[in-house]
Design a protein around this ligand. Structure first.
Ligand code: ADP
Ligand SMILES: N[C@@H](CCOP(=O)(O)O)C(=O)O
Length: 311
């Protein structure tokens, strides 16, 4: 039996106004997916996990993309998938996406499929569909590519890595006593069907400012770009402490702050001009005011998914 082990990092999607477009992989957490397989008469997949995630093939974000790949290519095999969760679920840290990213990379290597990174993203999106009902591409793109990515097309999938020319650190406020079942699915249902032209223009300005800020290495543009008028506002009941945390992050000169994915975690970008200690101290107090216990995780940008043989 051949076996591959893949490691994929957590991610923060959206980055303000880049809903379903932008995402950043970070070293805060990672998932490991191990896949063992041998050719057989028919396709048979089993999945086990070290946490309480669904183990039905079509409901787990690691196994569903594997099934899709093997069916499309026409491979009959007996496949055992082991998901070792490191990314906590339902906190806006791309947990389902990290498993999906690791799973597609492992199966690609195991069967020598030579799928491109964009193909891996395409299949990993089935993992998000399995979990939220909609195949959002941003988290899986970041976990597969690493760094900061922009998904500029989904049909066909095309992901662009954004060159980062400004050095920053990452702080994540992660609420540890909030558990919302099917959080991203619910958060997507909160979104408006129509947006005003005014909000559309403001968001377009923000996204262009953020991308240009990263590329040109200009702090002010990144700060201006980390804003959103549409998605974060519609979802505010999921993270009522966010405006206060964002205000104090800006007060203590963070580069900027936004909701991490669909929340409830908050992403703060910092640099040497930032008073990180104050942000952490006052941010944790702010969470408490809302009866939320926040753990603060310091992280850096992470690389893309890695695959090795299991021994
Ligand atoms: N392999 C997996 N890893 C993490 N969550 C999974 C996985 N498979 C299914 N799920 C389900 O997906 C949900 C978490 O995904 P989601 O709501 O998108 O949050 P997030 O991606 O922010 O962690 C949970 O309900 C979890 O049970
Ligand atoms: N673009 C998606 C991102 C969801 O990220 P998650 O980490 O919260 O699952 C959305 O905003 O719905």
């Amino acid at each position: 039996m051949e076996c591959r082990r893949a490691k994929a990092y957590s991610s923060s999607a959206n980055l303000g106004s880049g809903f379903d477009i932008l995402s950043m992989a970070h070293t805060a957490f990672y998932d490991i997916v191990e896949i063992e397989a041998e050719y057989g008469k028919e396709l048979n997949i089993t999945v086990e996990a070290n946490s309480n995630i669904p183990t039905e093939i079509e409901k787990n974000s690691a196994s569903y993309p594997v099934k899709k790949i093997l069916e499309d290519i026409g491979i009959s095999a007996s496949v055992k998938i082991k998901v070792i969760k490191g990314v906590p679920e339902g906190l806006g840290l791309g947990s389902s996406g990290a498993s999906a990213a690791a799973a597609v990379a492992a199966i690609n290597d195991l069967f020598n499929l030579n799928l491109s990174k964009n193909d891996l993203v395409k299949y990993a999106m089935y993992g998000e569909a399995a979990v939220t009902g909609s195949p959002h591409p941003d988290n899986v793109a970041a976990s597969i590519y690493g760094g900061v990515v922009s998904v500029i097309s989904t049909n066909p999938v095309k992901v662009v890595e954004i060159p980062i020319n400004y050095i920053f650190d990452i702080l994540l406020f992660v609420p540890i006593n909030i558990k919302i079942r099917e959080k991203t699915k619910k958060a997507r249902e909160m979104l408006p069907k129509m947006v005003s032209i005014n909000d559309y223009v403001l968001n377009s300005r923000s996204i262009s400012s953020l991308i240009l800020g990263f590329v040109k290495g200009e702090r002010d543009l990144i700060r201006l770009g980390l804003n959103d008028e549409i998605v974060e506002k519609a979802r505010l009941p999921l993270f009522p402490y966010y405006p206060k945390i964002k205000n104090l992050a800006l007060k203590y000169n963070a580069i900027g702050a936004c909701v991490s994915g669909a929340g409830p975690s908050i992403l703060v970008l910092t640099d040497k001009m930032t008073d990180e200690n104050k942000i952490i101290e006052e941010g944790v107090k702010t969470c408490k005011e809302f009866n939320v216990e926040c753990k603060v995780i310091k992280a850096k940008l992470a690389g893309g998914v890695l695959v090795e043989r299991c021994y």
